[in-house]
Design a binder for this molecule. Structure first.
Ligand SMILES: [Zn+2]
Length: 237
């Protein structure tokens, strides 16, 4: 997980966020106990179509670099993405259309998180917290590729989102192996006395492409590269 810089609020939300919220709260006020969960599916679906508006989804996708804000899986097609309410809509319907409460998410992370939202036991919010000070990864031994929480919040985040779920772990390990293989190739190339400056520049760009915010699992890749003695040299190329 990496930090997410929230983008400018999309015009659609600037214009319609408040009327949508008023409409939703009116709908909820008609339910027996004034709860989102008591709304008819028709109204819930209508609310979903509002915050899933294409302009809003595109802005969320762009700020998250087309990756899940939680697990950093690249989401190939927008149709596979969900919009997550960091503070769940079921408990905080007032925040249903609040820009700062919306995050681009894969279906699985959104499903695992569900309506989790204990204020005293918060998980990492990538648009507020610095995720990399809360969790890193194991790079050696049988647990390589597993999340290595640095704090209680990091541990809770791993557990709530199931960030070590088998499919995700396979993808992360595969990516880690690719990074390791690439590093060996770069290291060999950089040790070649005949290497031209242009090639050195290329190695630098390739290292940055593995660790930049656009790369899948960039937090893990960046932290792994930083464990290498010559990481600073590569990043400066
Ligand atoms: Zn995810």
């Amino acid at each position: 997980m990496i930090s997410i810089q929230k983008a400018v609020v999309p015009q659609k939300l600037v214009r319609l966020g408040r009327p949508w919220r008023t409409w939703l709260m009116q709908q909820i006020s008609h339910t027996p106990n004034r709860k989102w969960s008591e709304l008819p599916d028709r109204i819930k679906n209508l609310a979903r179509t509002k915050y899933r508006n294409q302009e809003i989804k595109s802005a969320l996708r762009a700020e998250a670099h087309s990756k899940c804000s939680y697990c950093e899986t690249y989401i190939a097609g927008a149709q596979y993405a969900d919009i997550d309410h960091f503070r769940p809509i079921s408990k905080h319907p007032l925040l249903a259309f609040e820009w700062r409460n919306l995050l681009y998410s894969c279906e699985l992370c959104n499903e695992e998180k569900s309506d989790y939202g204990k204020p005293d036991e918060s998980i990492i919010n990538p648009s507020i917290d610095n995720p990399e000070s809360e969790m890193t990864f194991h790079f050696t031994g049988l647990r390589h590729g597993w999340v290595n929480p640095l704090t209680l919040k990091g541990e809770r985040t791993r557990d709530v989102l199931k960030l070590d779920r088998p499919d995700l772990l396979i993808d992360r390990r595969r990516r880690l192996q690719e990074v390791r293989d690439n590093i060996e190739i770069y290291r060999a190339a950089l040790n070649d006395p005949n290497l031209q400056d242009a090639t050195r520049g290329m190695v630098g760009r390739l290292v940055r492409s593995m660790t930049g915010a656009d790369a899948s699992f960039s937090s893990m890749c960046n932290q792994y590269v930083d464990t290498q003695q010559d990481a600073r040299v590569w990043k400066a190329l």
